[in-house]
Ligand binder design. Structure first.
Ligand code: ZN
Length: 350
């Protein structure tokens, strides 16, 4: 099962919608903050922006504009992901062969590694950069450990925090970072990026819609297995009376163990998008995430009461924030689908 939440660690050229904000930030690199928090919804390329900043901060011969030169050895190491003064902290573990496995959280050991790294002198004399993505994946102990470094940052060390959900970060962390909201792409820029970075997506407009216009998320969603899961789930959501939460749970349980949480996360994403569309259609607007299911959404929107629908949406948001909890993915999926079915039960009152 493809991984929806996080994109690969590799460096890529900056997407067009980020160039303006990147150059205006780098124009002030003399006063670069010790900690920068880049926030915004998933799939906007926040991590690419952070890597762009990292490359500029580590560059051996930065341009007068503050941008990286792009040709020095240091720039090369960042592009290859091998720079000794750049440390990436992600909820991922690597085995001896270098295979990535997503984990639930960034634990305190990873943050301690980052602190040790920041206390060593830089290998290449420029600076040291620690990139934490997403920062909300830090558990409480990890966030606490980081806080001490944020309070007394070692000279020449820059922390870049990327966050999809900054509201989940401790306020003590947020208040010690300079905030940079990630820019949103125009529709045309998003479509152009997707066309450039993908091959053979059958309907790029549809995956962009599914991703709420976020190009990197659209690319992740376009994977065939993710689209199959979407088709399977949406077919059931379209017919609540025939929806079987237990069958869905059993299907989830039949997936390999390490894929179940990812599948649950994806299902919660589709449920959120579907529920948002139901609310839009009920309000007389067009469905923005699932334009290919307009008929079913229109039929269902006439049957659903808005207050329970909003309550359900909030419940899904809460569930998304808790995706790393130890509950069985199967139970969570079943409970969410049972609640969904109730929205359409006869006698449902507002
Ligand atoms: Zn350079």
């Amino acid at each position: 099962m493809s991984e929806l939440p996080s994109n690969a660690a590799t460096w890529q050229p900056l997407p067009s919608w980020q160039t303006a904000i990147a150059s205006s930030a780098l124009a002030h690199r003399q006063r670069w903050p010790h900690a920068l928090l880049i926030s915004g919804r998933r799939g906007l390329g926040k991590r690419l922006l952070a890597l762009h900043f990292a490359r500029a901060l580590l560059c051996d011969a930065p341009q007068e504009s503050g941008e990286a030169c792009g040709v020095c050895p240091s720039c090369g190491y960042v592009a290859q992901g091998t720079h000794p003064d750049l440390q990436l902290i992600e909820p991922v573990i690597y085995d001896e062969e270098g295979n990535r496995t997503p984990t639930d959280a960034i634990n305190v050991e990873r943050v301690r590694e980052l602190i040790e790294f920041s206390q060593l002198s830089p290998h290449r004399q420029r600076a040291k950069v620690g990139l934490i993505a997403p920062a909300e994946a830090m558990n409480a102990a990890a966030a606490n450990a980081l806080l001490k470094t944020l309070e007394e940052p070692p000279a020449g060390t820059f922390l870049l925090l990327v966050s999809h959900q900054p509201a989940r970060l401790p306020p003590t962390i947020v208040s010690r970072c300079r905030r940079l909201p990630a820019p949103e792409p125009e529709r045309a820029a998003a479509a152009a990026w997707l066309a450039q970075n993908s091959i053979g997506i059958a309907d790029p407009d549809l995956v962009l819609a599914q991703a709420g216009g976020a190009p990197l998320l659209a690319l992740a969603l376009s994977a065939a297995d993710i689209q199959r899961e979407r088709d399977h789930l949406l077919l059931q959501l379209a017919q609540p009376e025939r929806l079987s939460p237990l069958a869905f749970g059993a299907r989830l349980d039949s997936a390999p163990k390490d894929e179940r949480k990812t599948q649950l996360a994806n299902a919660v994403y589709w449920l959120l998008a579907w529920t948002a569309d139901l609310a839009s259609v009920a309000a007389g607007a067009a469905p923005s995430f699932n334009p290919d299911h307009r008929q079913a959404l229109t039929r269902l929107a006439g049957r659903v009461a808005l207050v329970p629908l909003f309550r359900y949406y909030r419940e899904l948001l809460g569930q998304r924030a808790l995706l790393s909890h130890p509950l069985q993915p199967r139970w969570v999926a079943e409970a969410l689908l049972i609640e969904y079915r109730k929205l359409f039960a006869k006698g449902q009152v507002n």
